[in-house]
Design a protein around this ligand. Structure first.
Ligand code: M6R
Length: 608
């Protein structure tokens, strides 16, 4: 997730911008830059990699000036590099941006048709060109930004600096955070509170569709339509560490709560509601490839493997294409057979997992066409895949994958719908239902997240259990496996995930009164069978925790019940995953483990 800082004041600001960006490093980034008005012109310095590279550049080539903008970039459009680092400049205008401009392809085409030449691969550069063009018609900076914002679709927080206005910065937001700070002799804006805590604890939060004109006199806030906004300042009482975690105790909890946003960003610009289709260009599988597929082979490790299992289910049920899923860590140690017409999908949050990379290379060696589903731009898997579908979950800091997992689930749904529609195996009517429901998932996730306190309470009863079993059928089976993985990796409680139908084939022997059994019971065609599993568990005194859509579903059988919103059966994992994650989190937290950095584990597994 990118980080923004802006400063208008009475102090030299280049170093001050870097210091602010350092406080946003926890958000993750791959390049950084600043633009400062030196009294005559805009001076830009940018560098790929860590902030130290930018710092070194500024030591070698310092900039004077008291108005400036700075940025740390987490790549979404275009690989991490100096040319894609922000600020982006067009003529007299420099812009930094956090978010995703959904209609960037159309806008870029229009701008190119007007003769604008692009210097980067980013969606952000469009904003600089649009503001510059509007200034060229005689508009003020404020009016030029307003006109630009009216043309943008998607999510943005931006800061705009113009050569003609040495002591003014315009900032604006829609669906990306931006906070303003009124300090002594200065006004700042930043994408998050830690960046400004060194200056003041008095802040104003900008809301969607609002912009602010920052000058030494203060911050003038108004809506994009020009209606003045009065906003009282809020006093921040968090410590710096708390502020980095957005007030949450751990990054994992913060990331669990970021999931509605992660799904919105992953869906953004990729669906056409009116045509019940996905946007092929955004998904890394061109229509000609989609039509030629005979089989899909999904490869992944760990949590991503569970997302791949879900992908197989959807590709078979929605797109009607034979699909298999394989542990990437096993793939090359069998004699895997890749056939003509195979599409290999490599799923990886980091894009750097050694086993997934090796499996992908083996598949490519045998002539496979590979789609990488990855979260990190420019990562190894993204670079070598034939097509890439980015999950826009933003950087994930907790070792336990949460928001990247549900973003992978959303990506799998997009791929399955895309393949189904392109090949004619999914009707327009059914696609329309699924796509409309997909768009509602973030809201339903928010409702599921409201169960947090209830789940924390349940975790108190489970905190001293030594074992746990997770059961699910059909599309809920990967969720059961993921629930067990989450619990074991952060709380060190031994947990097993099983398909409900396997109970009689072994795991039933584990059940006694000391065993908590988490049962996934969303309202879908497997519900009746799952209820039989619940009966089997109860008959042996097992303690059932039921995840249901209706509180009456397992009322007489369950010791604990968590109710989550209902959705289409195929999409239920996007919702039922949330109580699994919260349960693991609270059990681990109450056991006092290192939730964000569990023992023996690394975030990115770059060795075999
Ligand atoms: O970066 P990847 O998605 O390829 O990583 C795969 C696994 O190492 C990862 O999902 C791991 O299982 C996580 N710790 C799960 O929370």
């Amino acid at each position: 997730m990118c980080g923004i800082i802006a400063y208008v004041g009475d102090k030299p600001c280049a170093q001050l911008l870097i210091d602010g960006l350092r406080k946003l490093e926890y958000r993750g980034y791959d390049s950084a830059g600043v633009a400062v008005h030196d009294g005559t012109q805009l001076v830009v310095r940018r560098a790929a990699g860590k902030l130290q590279s930018l710092q070194d550049l500024l030591i070698a080539e310092p900039i004077a000036g008291t108005t400036g903008i700075g940025h740390t970039r987490w790549a979404t459009h275009g690989p991490p590099s100096e040319r894609n680092a922000h600020p982006h400049v067009s003529g007299r205008v420099a812009v930094v941006h956090n978010g995703i401009i959904e209609n960037h392809v159309e806008l870029k085409q229009e701008l190119e048709a007007k003769g604008r030449v692009f210097a980067s691969d980013t969606d952000t550069e469009i904003v600089a060109h649009l503001v510059e063009l509007a200034l060229g018609t005689g508009a003020s900076l404020l009016e030029a930004v307003r006109q630009t914002l009216r043309q943008l679709r998607g999510a943005y927080a931006i800061a705009v600096l113009s050569r003609e206005d040495p002591e003014k910065i315009i900032v604006a937001r829609h669906a990306s955070p931006l906070v303003l700070a009124l300090a002594d002799g200065a006004v700042l804006a930043a994408s998050d509170v830690p960046a400004i805590l060194a200056h003041t604890r008095e802040v104003l939060f900008l809301e969607d569709n609002e912009l602010a004109v920052l000058s030494r006199d203060g911050a003038h806030i108004e809506t994009v339509d020009g209606v003045k906004v009065e906003r009282a300042a809020t006093t921040i009482r968090w410590s710096l560490v708390q502020a980095e975690r957005g007030g949450y105790k751990h990054f994992m909890l913060k990331e669990i709560h970021e999931q509605p946003r992660a799904i919105e960003d992953t869906l953004r610009g990729r669906i056409q509601l009116e045509h019940a289709r996905c946007v092929a260009d955004e998904l890394g599988v061109p229509e000609t490839t989609a039509k030629a597929i005979r089989r899909v082979v999904l490869l992944a490790c760990g949590t991503s493997f569970h997302a791949a299992m879900y992908g197989r289910y959807l590709i078979e049920s929605i797109a009607k294409i034979p699909a298999v899923v394989d542990l990437a860590s096993e793939f090359r140690y069998r004699d895997p057979v890749i056939c003509e017409g195979d599409l290999v999908i490599a799923v990886s949050q980091s894009g750097e997992t050694a086993d997934t990379l090796a499996a992908l290379k083996e598949a490519q060696r045998q002539g496979a066409n590979v789609l990488g589903v990855v979260n990190v731009q420019g990562s190894a898997i993204a670079r070598i895949s034939n097509g890439v579908l980015y999950t826009h979950a933003g950087p994930e800091i907790g070792v336990a994958s949460t928001k990247c997992f549900t973003a992978q689930l959303a990506a799998m749904a997009l791929v399955a719908i895309h393949l189904g529609r392109t090949r004619g195996s999914l009707s327009e009517e059914r696609a329309s239902v699924l796509i409309h429901e997909l768009v509602k998932i973030p809201e339903k996730m928010r409702a599921a997240l409201e169960q947090d306190a209830h789940i924390q309470q349940i975790a108190r009863d489970l905190v001293s259990s030594h074992n746990a079993l997770f059961l699910g059928r059909g599309v809920s089976c990967p969720v059961a496996l993921e629930g067990a993985l989450k619990l074991k990796e952060i709380s060190y409680v031994h947990a097993e995930g099983y398909a409900g139908g396997e109970m009689k084939h072994g795991p039933l022997a584990l059940v006694d009164k000391s065993l908590p059994v988490v049962c996934l019971l969303p309202d879908d065609p497997t519900l009746e069978k799952m209820l039989s599993n619940v009966q089997e568990v109860r008959a042996r005194d097992g303690q059932v925790l039921a995840i249901v859509n209706d509180e009456n579903t397992a009322k007489s059988l369950a010791k604990w019940t968590i109710v989550v919103p209902k959705t289409e059966p195929e999409l239920s994992p996007l919702i039922t995953t949330i109580p699994m994650q919260l349960l693991s989190y609270h059990v681990a937290d109450q056991r006092g483990t290192d939730v964000d950095q569990p023992r023996n584990l690394a975030k990115t597994v770059t060795v075999e």
